[in-house]
Design a protein around this ligand. Sequence first.
Ligand code: 1GP
Length: 238
Amino acid sequence: MQSEIYAQWRHVFKLDPEREISDEALDAVCMSGTDAILVGGSSGVDYDNTVDLLSRIRRYEVPCALEVSNIEAAVPGFDWYFIPLVLNTRQGEWIAGNQIEALRKFGPFVPWETTSAEGYIILNPDAEAARITGADAIQDAEGIAAHIYMADRLMRLPVVYIEYSGSYGDMSLVDRAGKLLTGARLFYGGGIDGPERAGEVAALAHTVVVGNAVYDRLDAALATVAAVRQTACELKQP
Ligand code: 1GP
């Protein structure tokens, strides 16, 4: 097994193949000093727009990973692949169903040395991903703790992703989650609109994911890289 390239990632920009990004903006993002570009989106991601974005990112040296949320968009050539499993839904298709359907056909062709599962806990009920997957809105610390025990201790997933996409999360829950982890790496994404929030999250999560801000307020998004660099992570390294 190749060593997980994401093991040292502190800052990541997430780009959505369905959204337009100019060459200038993409240049700034790829040259920002971020640790990686994560490609993914909740809807409208297909083979063509994923290939197109990958080929543009490949002009740069920055590592590039794909979140495979749609098997039609499983494009070869990424440095790493994450397979999301949504943990806080009662709709089993999002936990293992769709993945197993895809593996029936494509299991032998998956680049297993560069593929990991990613346990998603989707906490913004208004996020598109929450709507699509029927994610339960968990607001209490015990609920978060139960999901972390499931992801980290029972399933031993290598990555737990606390997803507040589009809104800034409850940092007391993120703090609680991080402190319970024993083996997983904690990714946090949602509502990071500039350096202040990026710094706050960087203390509580191993990896800080910045998405929308790239499209809405690029300068503030770029400033998150330095903010994360300047902040020590309070968590143990898995
Ligand atoms: C989305 O977690 C990422 O999947 C980032 O969230 O777009 O709110 O920054 P934002």
